[in-house]
Design a protein around this ligand. Structure first.
Ligand code: ADP
Ligand code: MG
Length: 212
């Protein structure tokens, strides 16, 4: 496994995210129907389909440019809470990696942490509020631990994805304190948060794009 991830990885990540979001469109709609308004799968699918078109039209030259392309597209094409939140995540990741042509494990962790911090800055959710943060924060923690123990980028991303999946599953018994689901009170109990689930899918796509 290589010690760094390059632009081809960033593009492959976005493409694979689009595939996975399309495959899980209905599942995400069902999750959002249970505790929201049912548009999460459709919103994200529209956004990632638009990202595919932009990748073809103007191929990015660096990982940061790929993240910026994703950010701009999601912000302009995806409504609701998730569009601006994911848009902010990719924009902060783009800023964190700057002009670098290749990302090592430490830079990757910095990008993931910046993405998470961006979602927190924008949405003000804390851990346990039953939002995408419940996937992102364990992912950042696991990625940090993996990188500190010397793991290569693909393994860092695999650790992040596994933690995000566990974090998404762990939203099921929670009462929501942010977003539409917070209006439901105890009726949100027993349902997985759609944004936490889509975050786990997207982070798994990052690991798979890296060959993990
Ligand atoms: P909307 O709720 O506007 O219909 P989506 O359905 O696309 O938007 O996205 C819902 C997801 O957005 C939720 O499942 C949750 O993960 C996430 N979310 C909502 N509000 C916040 C917030 N304040 N902070 C973090 N994530 C949030
Ligand atoms: Mg919704």
């Amino acid at each position: 496994m290589p010690n760094t991830l390059d632009t081809a990885w960033a593009i492959a990540w976005l493409r694979l995210s689009a595939t996975v979001v399309a495959e899980n469109r209905m599942a995400l709609i069902e999750l959002d129907r249970a505790i929201g308004d049912g548009d999460h799968g459709e919103n994200l699918d529209r956004g990632f389909t638009a990202i595919l078109e932009k990748l073809d039209a103007e191929p990015p030259a660096t990982p940061g440019a790929a993240f910026k392309l994703a950010a701009m597209t999601l912000m302009s094409k995806v409504g609701g809470a998730a569009g601006p939140l994911y848009g902010t995540a990719y924009l902060r990741a783009a800023t964190a990696v700057g002009e670098a042509a290749e990302l090592d494990a430490a830079t990757l962790v910095a990008a993931l942490a910046a993405a998470r911090d961006g979602v927190v800055a924008r949405g003000k959710a804390e851990t346990g509020d039953k939002t995408m943060i419940d996937a992102w924060t364990p992912a950042v923690d696991a990625a940090t631990a993996a990188a500190e123990s010397g793991a290569e980028p693909a393994a860092v991303l695999a650790a992040a994805a596994t933690a995000a999946e566990a974090g998404a599953a762990a939203t099921e018994p929670l009462i929501a304190r942010k977003g539409r689901a917070s209006y439901l009170g105890e009726r949100a109990i027993g349902h997985r948060d759609p944004g936490a689930q889509s975050s786990a899918l997207i982070l798994r796509a990052a690991a798979q794009a890296a060959g993990a």
